[in-house]
Design a protein around this ligand. Structure first.
Ligand SMILES: Nc1nc2c(c(=O)[nH]1)N[C@H]1C(S)=C(S)[C@@H](COP(=O)(O)O)O[C@H]1N2
Ligand SMILES: [Mo]
Length: 510
């Protein structure tokens, strides 16, 4: 490639970096200081728009190939595409400056469209990109003049000036992107509000019975240790919501629309409940579930205040970032502990788990119930509305399926002959676990010893003390819910309404 071409490409890259660096930095500052909820970031808004428009086959491919790293892969992909497009802008600009500028403007317009159409986009959110784009255009023009040698008195490319411009622009760009990400990571108001948060008083706090643990090392702890709760959502960056700005609107088929503020919510009589959350994407033996004590106000009380009109059968909850879940009305109005939760294990919700307010509903998979950063409850019907995942190939309704997991030994472990504790957890939220059984090779199903039942809404630990004899063995587990229904043996993948099959491991005994 000729030197001119290289210069053109570098000019395009520097233009792109200056644009993004300035935009990401400004967007980060707006978020940090509470002027934006984060939609100002061009990269994250384009990424978010992409996620929401990803066809189900591509999403399934991404998740099965990259797992929970799928978001990182998406960001890497966006960076690569942006790099190529910036280079093209540079090359075009060298042929005809106007052509390069045209492509640049088109790209900025696409990103601006992604920004203004984000569900949580605010009035200031397009500003960082526009400022960045203006600086980018100035950079491109300056580069073009110096590379062409068309500045006054010049006789050829001004290599020194190009080096300065290139290094300066690239440094500004990279620093801006990094600094923007860092400062926007947590909004000041959110940090302050979480620090000042005092867990609301509850009349009857959850008391965990002493026997919930079977006392076997390596078994999933009854309550997830702080910071280790599984996380699943479509958000590329964690929404930063200042509780002082937060509102929950109750809309749709109600007698009275209601707008609830943070202070009003905290003044309500709060309850505590132990609930094991569960992701529908969990594979047999997987770990996409977690147990916590949630503090919140029962959703049924709010719906009572609003007055649900006859004919409604669903509540579509909406998060600030546009995610929606369609929950059967009944699950939010019967006597179960469906909560507008403000605390997890007696602390403010972590931002990634929905601060300031989220829904938790015992007995349903998270995708149809556990909306984080919740801002609206629309009372409606399954005929009229759909939650986020339904048009993407998942069932409209998602009751949790009875299931169980072997935590120890791990699949493929080698253990000593003698008594070996086989142990794990089993769940059938809101029905309760009656029994767990283990089968070694093709032997009889043996009953496990169960941890005390704290509530039918949480998992139970179980253990079987196995007289292990040397050789290779296959160990299977199955759970039986309180109604006597045995866990489904037939193997099925997570889509469309939850995996089934018995968790099976192989162990070598020496
Ligand atoms: N706003 C929002 N809430 C959401 C989701 C989401 O993508 N966005 N995902 C749901 C899904 S699929 C699950 S399994 C649970 C997970 O909650 P956790 O991340 O606190 O464990 O959140 C639910 N709430
Ligand atoms: Mo999920």
């Amino acid at each position: 490639m000729t030197a001119t071409r290289w210069r053109a490409i570098v000019g395009g890259l520097v233009t792109g970096l200056v644009t993004l660096g300035l935009a990401e930095l400004l967007a980060g500052l707006l978020t940090r200081f509470g002027w934006s909820s984060g939609a100002g970031s061009p990269v994250l808004s384009v990424g978010g728009a992409f996620i929401d428009r990803t066809p189900p086959w591509l999403k399934d491919f991404a998740v099965s190939t990259f797992g929970t790293a799928d978001k990182t892969v998406l960001l890497i992909g966006i960076s690569l595409v942006l790099t190529v497009l910036s280079a093209v802008v540079g090359l075009l600009a060298f042929r005809r400056f106007a052509a390069g500028v045209t492509l640049f403007v088109v790209l900025v317009a696409v990103a601006a469209l992604a920004i203004v159409t984000r569900p949580d986009s605010g009035a200031f959110d397009p500003v960082p990109l526009l400022v960045g784009a203006y600086a980018g255009l100035l950079t491109l023009r300056a580069w073009w003049h110096r590379a062409r040698g068309t500045s006054e008195g010049a006789t050829g490319p001004d290599r020194r000036a190009l080096l300065r411009l290139g290094a300066g622009g690239a440094a500004l760009g990279v620093l801006g992107i990094v600094a923007g990400r860092v400062v926007s990571g947590s909004a000041r108001a959110v940090d302050a509000a979480r620090k000042a948060f005092v867990v609301p008083f509850v009349k009857t706090p959850v008391r965990i019975p002493s026997g919930v643990s079977v006392g076997v090392p390596g078994v999933t702890p009854f309550l997830d240790p702080w910071g280790q709760f599984y996380r699943i959502d479509t958000a590329l960056s964690v929404p930063q919501i200042d509780p002082a700005q937060w509102q929950l609107k109750v809309t749709g088929m109600v007698e009275r629309e209601i707008t609830l503020t943070w202070d009003e919510l905290l003044a309500k009589p709060m309850q505590q409940a132990l609930i094991t959350l569960m992701c529908v994407s969990n594979e047999v033996g997987g770990r996409l579930n977690g147990n916590a004590i949630w503090t919140g106000w029962p959703v049924r009380e709010l719906l009572k205040e609003a007055g649900v009109k006859p004919g409604a059968d669903m509540v579509l909850s909406r998060s600030s970032d546009g995610f929606t879940a369609g929950t059967p009305l009944e699950a939010l109005t019967d006597n179960r502990n469906s909560l507008l939760a403000v605390a997890m294990n007696s602390r403010a919700l972590p931002p990634e788990h929905g601060f300031p307010v989220r829904l938790v509903v015992p007995g349903l998979y998270g995708y149809v119930s556990a909306t984080k950063w919740v801002v609206e409850l629309k009372v409606t019907t399954f005929a009229a509305d759909q939650g986020y995942w339904t048009p993407r190939g998942w069932s409209a309704k998602g009751p949790v399926k009875t299931s169980s997991r072997i935590d120890v030994p791990a699949d493929g472990d080698t253990v000593d002959a003698g008594t070996v504790a086989i142990a794990g957890v089993a769940w059938a939220q809101h029905r309760g676990i009656k029994a767990v059984e283990v089968q070694v090779d093709s032997g009889p199903w043996q009953p496990a010893e169960l941890g005390t039942e704290a509530t039918i809404d949480a998992w139970r630990q179980w253990v079987v003390r196995w007289k292990a004899t040397s050789g290779r063995h296959t160990v299977k587990v199955r759970a039986i819910d309180a109604s006597g229904a045995v866990q489904i043996a037939q193997e099925a993948p997570p889509a469309p309404d939850g995996s089934t099959g018995y968790h099976t491991i192989s162990v070598t005994v020496r």
